[in-house]
Ligand binder design. Structure first.
Ligand code: C2E
Ligand code: MG
Ligand code: MG
Length: 756
């Protein structure tokens, strides 16, 4: 090449020296030499017509003989667009009489190939210094140029992927980049659908639209054209002739209206080795891909896989941002906009709308007892149960840990229907849950609020449904409530109340009352149940129903329970120290306390500090607390029994524990819930349940206590059933320690007014 350039310069100089024939360059040796060169070498006259060219030029421009090109201008040879850009350069050289070197030129050859050249052109001047023509040499730099544009294209695509451009845009850009690299090809990207059975057309900017529509949804299989088969085989499929190849036999009809003849398809995979889709290339002629083209297709497939994986990851993130992974339900982010939309449309159409808040009772304990895996499963089961009852068109949202929210509209949101719906929802959720070896129930509390009756906007609607739920919880859990005005007043106070409680604990506003428990036979006081009260500085005396629930929710029950435990033990020891007959004091232990890891040490400290013997302290636990976490409960209770404590099951009969399950627990007493005692006066079924419980307790060797005895008739019935112990307003209301002390002193000689 150097020698050629030198030769040209020499020739140029010769010209300038001025030979007779202005453009006489020839000599066979020179033509032969020039023809050997792969660069374009050409000479043009002052009108920029070709007067000489080498074989390279004629070959590329599609002329059999060099002579056929002679006398033609660039406009004739290349068409007006490319031709005029050449002409502009030539004219500049003619005007300036200066060479133009290192120009990058682009041309589309008559056969459609796109080429880039790196050109240098030199003016030829006669002896008078006039421009008489020019010589040019152009090196084909297409391969380098393509590699460069490919590199740039790849970078751009990777950038687009990184900056989160929409997948369809990225895939189109990828296809265009690849198409630019090859001649006469049209690319496509097909993606595997969610079910993994079909392909859908994701991009194909230069393929006929009708073709993409026809190709959309093609199945994946062993013989369904190039793409469907490539995905099926997890390997490239190069079909050179669609109309003859057996892989296309069954799907050939689709191709009939289109000019494409060959189709090469390269599947691409995710990191988990799953096929994500396939990169396809079509040409309008029958041919196979060159090795280079195969490489390009593979590179395209690689980029497509990055783009698609990234997009999947993003949609997963988007999904995760709006959905709860565990249950697959939309989460509270998603909920907000949905509810707002609903409120908006309800406002427009007047369609009834309601929000139902579902909260599992003491779900924390399910987690603590059975472990998080079981807890997770419980949430899934609850979600399934809710969905099974809920109109699929309506919304169920996992709102938080153990909270679900439902948006209900139309007829379902009318009060009576809402009530019925909540009742069945509760029934469904509280059904037995069986997970592996564990079998238990979760209870829940439900609250609902309606729009526009109960709230003026979405936020208030939700808040009020939450309040109604909380109200249901305060009413002893496992219930449901529809919002009413009174509820807001209460719940608005919740936060204040919590703060007050904190202060109340410091200021010793909590105190105990004692309700006597009598031995039915002897009429002696054998025990007292300690019941907490709160002397609130502004609201006056508050009862457990006003604050226990909140104390439990907030965890405040733990310090409060400790206080109750200490006071009860101290008081009981105090009575004994006064010489009164020793009795057992019963202390209520809520679920939250029971699962507090410090309970044992709290109990021991209380006994230690007060000097009360363990046998004079009884812990009252509820049934639900036991079944929620049976194994742990048994273990803890065994510990207590070793210490010498008594253990009673409180409010027995309203929970779900099977009677037989009670055997597992080292109990000393069974306290029959007041609701059964209440029914003794009238209801035959309550009477038989009460009877069954009493005999069960006796069979298990437990002392049976009837709670809430209010009438003589109840007393008589209980006596007939041989219930040992009674507690209730009929015998004595909860009273101050002082009063209780006096009563205890009085009944040293038994036979109070009821036991005559
Ligand atoms: P509980 O353990 O079932 O306590 C018995 C409740 O029934 C007491 O209500 C008592 O006043 C009431 N009662 C007793 N006899 C009769 C009767 O003849 N008729 C009627 N209608 N009611 C009667 P109280 O004091 O309002 O306590 C309610 C609940 O609050 C208790 O139910 C207990 O679960 C809880 N509680 C009370 N004190 C504490 C405490 O210190 N810690 C914890 N964790 N819970 C407590
Ligand atoms: Mg109790
Ligand atoms: Mg009770």
């Amino acid at each position: 090449m150097v020698s050629l350039a030198a030769e040209l310069t020499r020739l140029n100089k010769l010209e300038q020296i001025g030979e007779k024939d202005e453009l006489h360059l020839s000599g066979d040796w020179l033509q032969t030499l020039v023809n050997q060169v792969s660069d374009h070498i050409y000479v043009k006259d002052r009108q920029f017509r070709i007067v000489k060219a080498n074989l390279s030029v004629s070959n590329d421009l599609g002329y059999d003989e060099i002579t056929e090109m002679l006398g033609k201008t660039d406009l004739e040879l290349h068409g007006s667009e490319v031709g005029s850009s050449f002409l502009a350069v030539d004219k500049e050289i003619a005007e300036t009489k200066l060479p133009k070197t290192d120009i990058e030129e682009f041309m589309i050859l008559p056969d459609g190939r796109k080429k880039w050249f790196f050109s240098s052109k030199f003016p030829v001047l006669n002896k008078n210094g006039e421009f008489v023509g020019l010589v040019g040499i152009s090196r084909d730099i297409t391969a380098r140029k393509k590699a460069e544009t490919l590199q740039q294209g790849q970078n751009k695509i990777l950038q687009d992927i990184a900056t989160g451009r929409p997948l369809s845009d990225v895939l189109e850009a990828l296809i265009l980049t690849i198409e630019e690299q090859m001649d006469g090809v049209m690319g496509s990207v097909m993606l595997v659908d969610a079910a993994g059975t079909n392909l859908h057309a994701a991009a194909g900017p230069n393929l006929p639209k009708e073709f993409l529509e026809a190709a959309d949804g093609i199945p994946i299989g062993p013989k369904v054209g190039s793409c469907g088969t490539a995905v099926y085989r997890r390997d490239s499929v190069f079909v050179d002739n669609i109309f003859e190849h057996e892989l296309w036999e069954d799907v050939r009809d689709v191709m009939k209206p289109f000019p494409m003849q060959s189709c090469w398809s390269v599947p691409f995979f995710g990191r988990d080795k799953k096929v994500l889709g396939t990169f396809g290339l079509y040409t309008n002629e029958v041919r196979s891909p060159t090795e280079h083209e195969q490489k390009l297709a593979q590179e395209a497939a690689r980029l497509a896989s990055i783009a698609v994986e990234r997009d999947l990851a993003e949609s997963k993130i988007r999904y995760l941002a709006n959905h709860d992974v565990l249950t697959g339900l939309p989460n509270r982010h998603e909920f907000k906009s949905r509810l707002e939309d609903k409120v908006f449309s309800s406002e427009e159409t007047g369609e009834p709308l309601a929000v139902v808040f579902v909260d599992l009772d003491n779900f924390k304990f399910v987690n603590d007892s059975f472990g998080h895996a079981v807890g997770d499963r419980v949430l899934q089961i609850v979600a399934e149960r809710i969905l099974s009852l809920h109109d699929p068109a309506q919304d169920v949202i996992r709102f938080g840990g153990d909270e679900f929210v439902l948006i209900v509209w139309g007829d379902a949101a009318v009060k009576e229907n809402l009530q019925r719906f909540m009742a069945s929802l509760m029934e469904e959720i509280t059904k037995t849950i069986q997970i592996g070896e564990f079998s238990f129930h979760v209870t829940c509390s439900l609250g609902a609020a309606r729009y526009p009756q109960d709230a003026k906007d979405a936020a208030q609607l939700l808040r009020n449904a939450d309040c109604a739920m909380f109200e249901a919880k305060s009413d002893g859990r496992n219930g449901y409530k529809i919002f009413d005005r009174q509820i807001t007043d209460k719940s608005a106070n919740r936060l204040t109340l919590l703060e007050d409680m904190r202060k109340g604990l410091e200021n010793e506003e909590f105190f105990l009352e004692y309700q006597p428990q009598y031995d039915l036979l002897s009429g002696r006081i054998v025990g007292a149940e300690a019941l907490v009260r709160w002397q609130h500085p502004s609201s006056g005396r508050l009862m457990p129903k006003d604050f226990i629930c909140l104390a439990e929710e907030s965890g405040m029950i733990v310090p409060l329970g400790r206080l109750v435990l200490n006071n009860a033990c101290r008081q009981n020891k105090n009575w004994q120290d006064k010489g009164l007959s020793p009795i057992t004091v019963g202390v209520n232990v809520s679920a939250r306390q029971f699962h507090d890891k410090n309970l044992t040490s709290d109990v021991l400290t209380a006994l230690d500090d007060t000097g009360l013997q363990a046998k004079f302290l009884e812990l009252e636990v509820t049934e639900s607390l036991l079944i929620q976490n049976a194994d742990q409960a048994v273990q803890l209770m065994e510990e207590f029994r070793k210490i010498g404590l008594k253990l009673a099951i409180d409010d027995f009969g309203i929970g779900y524990s099977s009677l037989a399950a009670l055997k597992r627990f080292p109990l000393t007493r069974l306290k029959i819930d007041q609701s059964f005692v209440e029914g003794l006066d009238s209801d035959e079924s309550d009477r038989s349940i009460a009877k069954a419980i009493i005999s069960l307790g006796r069979d298990l060797g437990l002392n049976v206590v009837a709670e809430g005895v209010e009438t003589a008739k109840q007393q008589a019935y209980l006596a007939a059933c041989q219930v040992e112990t009674v507690q209730g307003f009929h015998f004595g209301r909860p009273m101050s320690a002082e009063k209780f002390g006096k009563l205890l002193a009085m009944t040293l000689t038994p036979l109070g007014r009821h036991f005559g």
